[in-house]
Design a protein around this ligand. Structure first.
Ligand SMILES: C[S@@+](CC[C@H](N)C(=O)[O-])C[C@H]1O[C@@H](n2cnc3c(N)ncnc32)[C@H](O)[C@@H]1O
Length: 384
């Protein structure tokens, strides 16, 4: 079974508007950024070559492998570029409704920020769909999946009536694994970089480990040895089309806050490394509360690295975990389980001399069974 990427029905109904035009331009820019990958990578290598040329002959002699290593990097960039080109090829049939997307608008100006997103997307293949990513998935996704199975310990047919939403699904592995356990699972994602890549891996992988990428080429720092930089990673480690035919797995494109407005629809919302992507995390909490059925659960694992903190022109409310917890309670949730200092990493090169580790929070909250939908007024209700 495959996952179709769907836009929310409200968008399907609208006529082409200024907003659609902007969306089309954004799409063209994202495709442009993927197309620019090779030039971007080669420019970095050229800089290294130029710097090498400026060295004295004596110093050059001390670095016999320098240029051949750069040549290998270029070779790997070429390979990544081939994968990216295939990925882009499939954007045309990505959305069920794509008339508003301007694929033929030509390449718009690509920014350094766009290129960071391209590099991040390639690394996300490692986290979500490779053997190398198992360390991160075991730390982040496994506790969430275990918790879902504990909360909904039903088997076979009854699992297929339990619905789980994964907002900010990235390349979809957590949502895929939840579907593999037999639950109704929906991933939601708004980044076109991620959506293009998830469409590719979920719907265009003929077999396990059929693709190779070189995700660490742009890391010139903290290398223990040269081959760490040019090591390939095979993906996907499982065949995404191996889901049983009767599985219910979908990916929905769009902003979480815009797409999910209907109250009391979900048995469970699972957020992983997501809540800190909000401009205002309170809006996320209120929306999760609203869309959960009474008695439904919110499971969260992640840090609080507020994404908009360093964007002076963007609103950003940064709450400590202590304050966040108070807000969660005031919004009506009952905290059932809580662990702090849960170690995990995100897009970490395991061979690097520099490693980031987050002390994440993991919690499970319940919307009271007698809560009225969509408001926070029932915060004193008892959980039963
Ligand atoms: C830090 S990543 C985590 C991805 C994935 N959950 C994981 O653990 O690998 C956060 C994801 O949320 C997505 N995202 C951010 N804001 C969003 C929003 N308002 N609606 C939907 N997705 C969003 C981003 O595009 C990104 O893919």
């Amino acid at each position: 079974m495959s996952a179709t990427i769907t836009k929310q029905p409200e968008q399907l109904k609208r006529k082409v508007t200024e907003e659609d035009e902007e969306e089309a331009q954004h799409f063209a820019r994202v495709v442009g950024a993927f197309n620019y990958y090779k030039t971007y990578g080669y420019d970095r290598v050229k800089r290294a070559e130029k710097n090498y040329e400026k060295l004295s002959e004596k110093h050059k002699e001390l670095l016999p492998e320098f240029l051949s290593h750069l040549a290998e990097i270029k070779h790997c960039i070429d390979h990544n570029n081939e994968v990216v080109k295939v990925m882009i090829q499939y954007t045309a049939d990505m959305f069920e409704n794509r008339e508003s997307y301007g694929l033929d608008k030509g390449m718009l100006r690509v920014t350094g920020f766009d290129m960071e997103k391209v590099k991040t997307t390639l690394k996300q293949f490692v986290r979500d769909w490779s053997v190398d990513g198992k360390i991160e998935r075991d730390a982040c996704y496994s506790p969430i999946i275990r918790e879902i199975e504990d909360l909904f310990p039903v088997n076979g047919i009854s699992r297929s009536s339990i619905s789980v939403l994964v907002p900010g699904a990235g390349l979809g592995r957590l949502a895929f694994e939840i579907a593999r356990k037999g639950y109704i699972s929906q991933g939601n994602e708004f980044s076109l970089f991620m959506l293009i890549a998830s469409n590719f891996v979920l719907n265009r992988s003929p077999s396990e480990e059929c693709f190779t990428i070189f995700p660490w080429l742009n890391n010139f720092n903290n290398l223990k040895c040269l081959k760490d930089q040019i090591r390939g990673v095979k993906f996907p480690d499982v065949n995404p089309s191996s889901l049983p035919e009767d599985s219910s797995f979908s990916m929905i494109a769009g902003d979480f806050l815009d797409v999910y407005t209907s109250p009391a629809c979900w048995d469970c919302v699972a957020t992983c490394y997501f809540i800190d992507t909000a401009h205002n995390v309170i809006e996320y909490i209120e929306t999760i509360f609203k869309i959960l059925k009474p008695g439904g659960y919110w499971i969260n694992l992640g840090p609080l690295l507020y994404h908009f903190e360093n964007f002076p022109d963007e609103p950003s409310i940064e709450l400590s975990y202590e304050v966040l917890k108070q807000v969660i309670a005031k919004c009506g949730f009952h905290m059932l389980k809580e662990e702090t200092d849960v170690p995990s990493s995100y897009l970490q090169d395991q061979t690097s001399m520099m490693k980031y580790e987050y002390d994440c929070v993991f919690f499970v909250c319940q919307k009271p069974v007698n809560a009225s939908n969509g408001d926070s007024s029932s915060r004193d209700d008892e959980v039963s």
